[in-house]
Ligand binder design. Structure first.
Ligand SMILES: *Cc1c(COP(=O)(O)O)cnc(C)c1O
Length: 438
């Protein structure tokens, strides 16, 4: 399998190059030259299998011979030692819980796979790869725990001091070992600016192999197709349902793009809902056919606060820039903060189920889609991207209930924070990186 850039002016590369480079040299995003297909016979063989079995079958097609199958199989086992439950709310409404990984958010699915691939390819070349990430929360913690203990890699995280929650800070600063946390006296934009500067610093390039782990990396995207495939096969197996609608709470649209991959591979998806908050650039594109990104607005579903989503480049490429064609597969629905809170409340009252704000956006969008279609019977899957305990404040005040914190989080809160405090001057980051072992 070879990968080329959505801007099409770079030469095609191997999965190894695409993984280690992240962004293509022409500024585009890597996509597979052709999307592998599963025949009906192959799908029948996968049905009833475990999550990891399905994951391995998909990974093999995208990775080809770059990693021997038995090693790929071991990697998958290490990536996903946790469950991916599909909870039924009523006869045809399901919540796929993607928050049972170590950081309680779905970003674990992508980050853990990317970490192992990066480690494998770095070891082949006997290199040490330094992953540099600016984070405002969720991505950094998934990357920290994903790369923790992976040989031939280390992670340097920059986060804005005093601007992440206590839980997030604990996740960012307690992984230890090959994970270094830098607490920056500045805001998230300062962190991003410093990271960008490091990537173009010729002196650093001589000494370190730097890479990023953001959601443009194709090896974060591929594994996100696993849970779509799993859900389609499980719904068929357990309920006899086919062609469900997936409602996807979207920010950078990596999650949705992975769903499109799953559909193109042949897994039976009926339709997608791109559920957004007030940051509705893609929703407006789907309705009006023009892409006019706007500045980011702050909402309750903070991880979806993205004004100009990076993975939109891939979606556009797949649909040849045709919003009508995209609209046949994807409906865009924007949900306000007030609707989000009302949904958390009504879902709790109707089903006794507690949703975090991101999941509630997707649930509300599914309801709206069904009523616009006048069809409440099509099976629907809401992707639940975060555990409600991650957003305690908004949930406890909305529902007037106490949320039990999972025990692994309580342990985390006890751990000792280790971070290096630096100013927002680039040279402080540079000297930290220069001080790392070769
Ligand atoms: C990152 C994130 C999202 C958005 O996912 P994208 O792939 O960026 O669209 C949604 N919910 C949660 C909890 C997240 O952390």
């Amino acid at each position: 399998m070879i990968y080329f850039s959505t801007n099409t002016s770079s030469i095609p590369v191997s999965i190894k190059r695409a993984t280690l480079e992240g962004l293509a040299p022409d500024g585009g995003l890597y996509i597979p030259s052709e999307i592998p297909k599963f025949s009906p016979e192959e799908l029948a063989l996968l049905a009833g299998g475990s999550f990891n079995n399905i994951a391995l079958a998909i990974a093999k097609k995208f990775i080809g011979t770059a990693i021997p199958p038995h090693q790929l199989s071991e990697m998958i086992e290490e990536c996903y030692p946790f469950e991916t439950p599909i909870v039924s709310l009523d006869q045809n409404t399901f919540v796929e819980e993607l928050f049972h990984g170590p950081t309680l958010a779905f970003k674990d699915y992508g980050a853990r796979f990317l970490a192992r691939l990066t480690g494998y390819f770095a070891a082949e070349d006997e290199r040490l790869i330094t992953v540099l990430v600016a984070t405002s929360g969720d991505t950094g913690s998934a990357v920290a725990y994903g790369f923790q203990g992976i040989a031939n890699t280390r992670v340097v995280l920059l986060y804005p001091s005093g601007k992440v929650s206590r839980l997030q800070e604990q996740q960012l600063t307690t992984a230890g070992g090959n994970v270094y946390a830098l607490e920056v006296e500045g805001d998230f934009d300062d962190c991003q600016r410093m990271v960008k500067e490091a990537f173009v610093d010729p002196a650093l390039k001589e000494r370190l192999t730097l890479t990023s782990a953001n959601s443009i990396n194709i090896s974060r995207l591929i594994p996100q197709s696993f849970y779509y495939a799993w859900a389609t096969l499980q719904l068929k197996e357990l309920y006899g349902y086919s062609e469900p609608v997936f409602s996807v709470p979207s920010g950078n649209y990596g999650n949705l793009t992975a769903g499109i991959l799953a559909k193109k591979m042949g897994f039976p998806v009926g339709h997608f809902i791109a559920a957004s908050n007030a940051n509705d650039s893609v929703t407006r594109y789907l309705h009006e056919g023009r892409y006019e990104p706007r500045p980011t607005q702050t909402t309750l579903s903070t991880a979806m606060d993205v004004g100009n989503p990076s993975n939109f480049a891939r979606l556009r490429y797949f649909y040849r820039n045709d919003s009508v064609a995209m609209g046949r597969d994807i409906s865009g629905i924007a949900v306000s903060d007030a609707e989000t809170l009302a949904t958390i409340r009504s879902v709790y009252e109707r089903f006794g189920y507690v949703m975090d704000p991101h999941t509630a956006v997707a649930y509300r969008a599914l309801e709206q889609y069904r009523s616009s279609q006048g069809n409440n019977n099509q099976p629907g899957v809401v992707l639940s991207t975060a555990h409600p305990a991650k957003f305690l404040e908004s949930i406890e005040s909305t529902l007037a209930i106490k949320i039990a914190i999972p025990s692994r989080l309580e342990d985390l809160l006890e751990k000792k924070k280790t971070a290096t405090l630096i100013s927002s001057e680039y040279r402080e980051l540079a000297s930290f990186l220069e001080g790392l072992d070769q």
